[in-house]
Write a protein that binds this ligand. Structure first.
Ligand code: SAM
Length: 280
């Protein structure tokens, strides 16, 4: 029987629906399985931070880990992780820790840290905070999955009308048929987990307008490197581009260069991000 260590302090708003989408997004989950098989060596101690159903922790145990610490904040998923470990005969290897992965203290140092809190642009989820905190509890030479995350931005003339209603008040993780990219696409942020990372994006990048047209949104895309040769891409439910509406739309002139200023703390809501576009 696996044991649960209680350290939780706060609650998170992840729903069973969202966690089920993660688990049953087969292409997404297979790419993580492959990356974990690449990172874990027999006898390793592994951390799975933000464990959800515990599927990634189970992959680590199946790959030969001697001990896997599955850290999860939501009490409902803590029970699911225990169940999954037991059903797969891995309870003796998997220890569930009901805790906040940004503050938890582990009973021992680990050789591999796996954490799937990926969100396009690293909005909404504390991926950077979790890895910054847990990297201090790793052995020298430990592997971290993901290794790096790149984020890209371009200007968009976004489809606003849907169902006869003007909808431009929020971001959306879906590209609609009439969304039209209107500028070049540039890299605006790189996170490299080989070292502690800053907690905020604050940068200005340049894009070139492709047409004389309105830009009323930006399209943010992300790509994480999980292991050598294994990069994320939009799957059935996850890692989709994020369309974020600008507070101040502007008319572009074809060929003109524009500054795009982007500022938000990692994990922030897109509603709280500052994204400003002006002529270069
Ligand atoms: C995107 S899901 C990933 C689930 C699972 N690792 C997978 O790949 O299928 C993120 C999970 O992290 C948990 N989580 C979010 N913030 C957390 C935190 N600070 N500490 C521990 N767990 C957290 C959520 O409750 C959720 O179950």
């Amino acid at each position: 029987m696996s044991k649960t260590i209680e350290q939780a302090t706060t609650n998170v708003a992840f729903t069973p629906y969202e966690i089920s989408l993660c688990l049953h997004d087969v292409r997404r989950t297979r790419m993580w399985k492959e990356a974990i098989e690449d990172a874990v060596r027999p006898g390793d101690v592994v951390i799975d931070a933000g464990s959800g159903t515990g599927i990634l922790g189970v992959f680590a145990a199946m790959a030969g880990a001697s001990r896997v610490y599955c850290i999860e904040l939501h009490p409902r998923f803590v029970k699911l992780i225990e169940h999954l470990a037991e059903r797969n005969g891995l309870s003796d290897k998997i220890t569930v820790i009901h805790a906040d992965a940004t503050t938890v203290t582990l009973p021992e140092r680990a050789d591999v840290l796996v954490s799937e809190l990926l969100c396009t642009g690293q909005f909404f989820e504390p991926q950077v905070q979790v890895i910054n905190h847990l990297r201090k509890q790793l052995n020298p030479g430990a592997r971290i999955v993901p290794q790096t995350i790149n984020s890209y931005i371009r200007l968009l003339d976004a489809q606003e009308m849907l169902y006869g209603v003007k909808i431009d008040c929020d971001s959306r993780s879906v590209v609609l048929d009439d969304d039209e990219p209107v500028s070049t696409r540039v890299l605006y942020d790189t996170i490299d987990f080989s070292d502690e990372h800053r907690l905020i994006v604050d940068t200005t990048v340049q894009v070139q307008a492709r047409s004389t047209r309105l830009a009323d949104a930006v399209l943010v895309e992300g790509q994480a490197l999980l292991a050598p040769g294994i990069k994320t891409y939009p799957t059935r439910f996850l890692y989709n581009p994020e369309v974020i509406f600008l507070k101040e739309p502007l008319e572009l002139i074809a060929g003109q260069t524009y500054d795009v200023h982007v500022r938000y703390p990692y994990g922030a809501d897109t509603l709280d991000a500052t994204i400003e576009v002006s002529k270069h």
